[in-house]
Ligand binder design. Structure first.
Ligand SMILES: Cc1cc2nc3c(=O)[nH]c(=O)nc-3n(C[C@H](O)[C@H](O)[C@H](O)COP(=O)(O)O)c2cc1C
Length: 235
């Protein structure tokens, strides 16, 4: 059995109900550095070198690195200011069934230079962060992910939530069973490859307790947590 699969079993028993009630959000906006459109590592080398990395040095990420990862996940790459409302600003780095973009991307910042530890929501159309809550929530996220320690050690994690209704209102059950998950896979792989291209390590976690992840990142009621992507400098 995979380590993280056995953690699922152990973690359900061990997870302590230590999560505080999240404070009501103050959604202060934080402008992010513009994404770089070139880099030292070719796409082919990033694919070849991509691995799930669970050992991090403890060093901080820079705000520019965090911004680049968020952009790779769900940044607007083709603005459509006059496009239909459902596109919400333009076409993005990852494909999406019907251009409906069901995902919300959160940054759980622990050690990010120039950014207070806290929970942030990525606002793709402005390439901004909306601050939801300050304070280091990595412990809560780690416990929500059944005690997978690398999530606490990663200086930051991206958490994807899905608003299924955006996709199911057009595609019905096919949207629920297939398209939203496919959308998340594309965006998640972008994060892996971007991390590799930046010389960072990244790992996805799908083993977690949904309610606890929602509490840890203060996710809206209609969102379903899809995955956690821890990122940091390799040890
Ligand atoms: C949907 C999904 C869920 C995963 N969940 C976890 C997880 O909870 N914890 C973990 O350590 N790795 C998790 N992984 C990472 C896999 O263990 C990893 O991709 C696999 O061992 C292959 O290694 P590689 O990514 O380095 O190629 C997950 C991967 C996927 C695609």
């Amino acid at each position: 059995m995979k380590l993280w699969a056995s953690l699922l079993i152990v973690g359900i028993a061990a997870a302590a109900p230590a999560w505080g009630q999240a404070a009501a959000g103050d959604e202060a906006a934080i402008k992010l550095p513009a994404p770089r459109l070139d880099g030292a590592v070719s796409l082919e080398k990033a694919i070849q070198g991509r691995r799930s990395v669970r050992g991090y040095s403890g060093e901080a990420l820079t705000l520019a690195e965090a911004a680049q990862l968020l952009w790779a996940a769900y940044g607007i790459t083709d603005p459509r200011p006059d496009g239909p409302a459902f596109i919400r600003g333009g076409l993005r780095a990852a494909p999406s069934a019907g251009g409906l973009y069901p995902l919300e991307v959160y940054l759980v910042a622990g050690k990010v230079t120039g950014l207070a530890a806290g929970i942030y929501r990525y606002v793709s159309e402005k390439h901004e962060l909306a601050r939801i809550e300050t304070g280091d929530r990595r412990d809560a996220l780690c416990l929500a992910a059944l005690g997978q320690a690398w999530i606490r050690e990663a200086p930051a994690s991206l958490v994807f939530g899905a608003v299924f209704a955006r996709t199911t209102k057009k595609y019905g059950e096919r949207g629920r069973e297939r398209y939203v998950w496919m959308d998340a896979g594309f965006a998640g792989e972008n994060v892996y490859l971007q991390a590799r291209a930046l010389g960072l390590g990244c790992c996805i976690a799908g083993a977690f307790l949904d309610d606890k992840v929602k509490q840890a990142v203060n996710m809206a009621g209609d969102e379903v947590p899809v995955c956690i992507l821890g990122v940091g400098r390799r040890r």
